[in-house]
Design a protein. Structure first.
Length: 201
């Protein structure tokens, strides 16, 4: 059974994120290609969520310049003689629209979540709405936490001690478990064995 979904669109780009059992499924599509990617929850680092907002200022300035000249020509037709005004106005209007579209496409308001292979999961912030976006990110975080806790916090006295302690420290570093939870699990693991290997928190 599939879990929660998030569908996002920006012009010709569309993405669909689905929370599956054990992994995040990502389907993306644009004018020329489509792709599907499955990212295990184990590879998603929810402790370092990055919010990035960026605008191409140069293109924004060029757009504003064309827009200002377009308005000047529209409201001051006496500056031109004959039929030249219409052609100039059309050119300035088209230039303003094209530059505006380029500025919009190149602008970014995204949330980035790192993965363990030095990549990032990119989400368009507040799309389709702020509430749906925040709910999905929260549910993704919960899925990652539950998955990693179920996989790495079970104490097995029949297994070697040190790898289990390393796993617990890894969970603590990724903020999946708290320092208190780490100390409690470490005590359960080492105390029942009567072992002491000098592992520091």
């Amino acid at each position: 059974m599939r879990g929660m979904k998030l569908s996002q669109r920006k012009l010709f780009l569309s993405r669909e994120y689905t929370l599956e059992k054990g992994f995040l499924r990502i389907r993306s599509k644009d004018l020329t290609s489509s792709a599907e990617l499955c990212v295990p929850y184990e590879e998603i680092d929810i402790s370092k969520i990055i919010k990035q907002k960026k605008t191409d200022n140069i293109m924004l300035i060029i757009t504003m310049i064309f827009g200002v000249f377009f308005l000047i020509n529209i409201f001051n037709p006496n500056n031109y003689n004959g039929d030249g005004l219409l052609e100039v106005a059309i050119f300035l209007f088209m230039a303003t629209v094209v530059c505006g579209l380029i500025t919009y496409v190149k602008s970014k308001n995204v949330t980035l979540i790192p993965t363990l292979n030095n990549g990032y999961l990119e989400f368009l912030k507040n799309k389709p709405s702020n509430e749906q976006f925040e709910d999905f990110i929260l549910e993704l975080s919960n899925k990652v936490i539950v998955f990693l806790k179920s996989k790495y916090t079970a104490i097995d006295l029949e297994m070697p001690l040190e790898p289990q302690l390393i796993n617990l420290a890894w969970l603590k570093d990724r903020e999946i478990i708290t320092v208190e939870e780490f100390e409690s699990l470490k005590t359960k693991l080492t105390g029942k064995r009567g072992d002491s290997i000098g592992f520091n928190s």
